[in-house]
Design a protein around this ligand. Structure first.
Ligand code: CMP
Length: 140
């Protein structure tokens, strides 16, 4: 197993409900280390770029609107197999299908407002981290 970094977003439903600390506690309990973290207001252009891969999907407009509806917390998480591990900790995209104990099962109300994002591959983790962090802002 290798130490990896993955990119995470605590979405506007998390900042709105003041549960970012509760979500971070689950992340840390799972053995992932928060080595970069910043609270930002995502611009429409940033959200459109970040979710470019979904731009033909029917929910794209709704997704961009939601992600810019309030502050988000962007993070870099580090740990053994961090990419797969974080996806396990987040649970299925649709909270109704997420396993017990996962972030989405515990906190999320819908597939759109599903509290967290995590990179789905090493390649995307690298691209996503680079969109929001400079190397000097990540301290492992
Ligand atoms: P995320 O992992 O951030 O990547 C794409 C996002 O699109 C996903 O989480 C969901 O929040 C969102 N999404 C996926 N399916 C739907 C849907 N049917 N309606 C609204 N949003 C969706």
């Amino acid at each position: 197993m290798a130490t990896e970094r993955t990119f995470s977003i605590l979405k506007p439903d998390a900042t709105k409900r003041n549960i970012t600390g509760a979500v971070n506690a689950v992340i840390e309990k799972a053995g992932l280390r928060i080595v970069g973290q910043r609270r930002i207001q995502m611009s429409k252009a940033q959200a459109e770029k970040f979710y470019e891969i979904h731009k033909e999907r029917p929910f794209f407009g709704e997704l961009v609107e939601f992600m810019t509806s309030g502050p988000v917390v962007v993070q870099v998480l580090e740990g053994e197999n961090a990419i797969a591990r974080y996806r396990e900790v987040m649970g299925a995209t649709n909270p109704a299908q997420a396993a017990e104990g996962t972030i989405r099962k515990t906190f999320s109300e819908s597939v759109g407002e599903n509290t967290v994002h995590g990179s789905d591959s090493a390649e995307n983790a690298k691209i996503e981290i680079a969109q929001f962090f400079q190397d000097s802002d990540i301290v492992g």
